[in-house]
Write a protein that binds this ligand. Structure first.
Ligand SMILES: Nc1nc2c(ncn2[C@@H]2O[C@H](COP(=O)(O)OP(=O)(O)OP(=O)(O)O)[C@@H](O)[C@H]2O)c(=O)[nH]1
Ligand SMILES: [Mg+2]
Length: 278
């Protein structure tokens, strides 16, 4: 399976990102801490080349802390990359880290030059939220739906840093099926782009394999269900009620699982780990 979800404004957004890139000292790449690889955009990697990058793993309050630590180590081992985990629960920490890291990235231009940084990433990872945190004001629109920002927006921070928020962009064809499902389960591509029940079953498989105790506790199950379908049926029985004809409403069960994962209600969950070094 390959997936296509490439709304019209993204073609323009990509072109504008490409035009902006040469004037920038550093790229702040926003990644979702629950899926740092799936939310890494190959288009951005290509446009950035060897410019310094700060990878910000957002929503770390929702992610598995041990996995986040492994991801930070993974990214920090890459040349010209620094990485840290952020959460809206601790905005001051985010501001301090960004201030220190952006300053370091532009030292070659002299101490008194204003740093120019752009914020980029796939949809819904928290780019606009980050810019609002950094300027301490609601300058950019934030939403739990993907593809909300459609235009670049530049702000100047108190220390002179010039920051540009950019629309979330995808790439024309997502070949990696697992990655596409992770993006859909976590909400970076719309639910309507992939079959809804399939997204829920995909997420349920990861939860059963790696976070079974959290699932058992959340849905008060007597034992770990053997399959994703069995988990959805159990959730349906307990929470969704019966649909027409007395069958379990699996669609409703899927909605419950997807929404509760996204909200962090099931627990702190990461959908993928860095590959072990060979
Ligand atoms: N729990 C949690 N939610 C967050 C965090 N940061 C952002 N969010 C939520 O993530 C969702 C997306 O945030 P946005 O800032 O609009 O994301 P974006 O990357 O600008 O999205 P596009 O403009 O659509 O590309 C919103 O519901 C935010 O409230 C965080 O640290 N923790
Ligand atoms: Mg945005």
């Amino acid at each position: 399976m390959s997936l296509q979800w490439y709304p019209g404004h993204m073609t323009k957004a990509r072109r504008e990102l490409e035009a902006l890139m040469p004037s920038q000292d550093v790229v702040i790449e926003v990644l979702d801490a629950r899926m740092p690889a799936a939310s890494s955009n190959p288009v951005l990697t290509e446009l950035r080349r060897d410019k310094p990058a700060i990878k910000v793993l957002t929503k770390s309050d929702l992610a598995d802390p041990a996995a986040t630590k492994a991801w930070i180590e993974h990214f920090e081992a890459q040349p010209n990359v620094s990485a840290f985990a952020s959460t809206t629960e601790r905005p001051q920490d985010t501001k301090k880290r960004i201030a220190a890291l952006t300053r370091n990235s532009a030292l070659h231009r002299g101490r008194d030059k204003a740093v120019r940084a752009l914020i980029a990433g796939v949809p819904n990872v928290g780019k606009s939220t980050l810019i609002n945190t950094l300027v301490d004001r609601q300058v950019a629109k934030v939403s739990d739906k993907p593809a909300v920002t459609k235009e670049q927006q530049t702000v100047v921070l108190g220390n002179g840093t010039v920051l540009t928020d950019t629309p979330g962009i995808m790439w024309p064809k997502i070949e990696d099926e697992q990655g596409a499902f992770r993006l859909a389960f976590a909400g970076s591509i719309p639910d309507t782009a992939i079959d809804y029940l399939q997204i829920a079953a995909f997420g349920a498989r990861i939860l059963l394999d790696r976070y079974a105790p959290l699932v058992v506790a959340r849905y008060k199950l007597p034992a770990t269900p053997p399959t994703p379908e069995a988990l959805l049926t159990e959730i349906g029985r307990r929470r969704a009620g019966l649909g027409s004809g007395g069958t379990v409403d699996l669609h409703k069960a899927a909605t419950i699982l997807i929404n509760e994962f996204r909200a962090g209600t099931i627990g702190r969950i990461t959908l993928e780990l860095p590959r072990a070094p060979r």
